[in-house]
Design a protein around this ligand. Structure first.
Ligand SMILES: [Zn+2]
Length: 113
């Protein structure tokens, strides 16, 4: 299955003749039109903004989702189960930090409050 005929994604009016142009994916997965009637070609790829506009107009021309190597393949990262809430061990009340008044008290100095 290395070499396969690209599937026709859809048809658009051929810009060159009155017939319909078949749109397939080029080797980069971008839309590429080819008219069987006049052999006209329409290259959409090569310009990401142009490809976006084309796909916006013709959603069926979006990039193929085949093969694991496809760059568009969206990898859904499963969210890990939330860990069980950890109940914090009972922490002893924080010791009150000694302040300047305490220091004075230790030194035996009366401090006017
Ligand atoms: Zn044509």
């Amino acid at each position: 299955m290395a070499k396969e005929e690209k599937a026709i994604l859809g048809m658009i009016p051929c810009p060159h003749c009155p017939e319909q142009m078949a749109v397939k994916h080029d080797k980069n997965g971008d839309p590429f039109g080819h008219c069987e009637e006049c052999r006209g070609q329409l290259r959409v790829g090569g310009n990401p903004a142009r490809v976006r506009k084309f796909v916006a107009r013709y959603p069926w021309a979006a990039r193929p989702v085949v093969g694991a190597a496809d760059p568009v393949t969206v990898t859904v990262t499963e969210k890990p189960a939330a860990p069980a809430p950890v109940t914090a061990p009972e922490t002893p009340p924080a010791r009150r930090r000694a302040n300047f008044a305490d220091a004075l008290g230790i030194l035996g100095v009366k401090h006017a409050a």
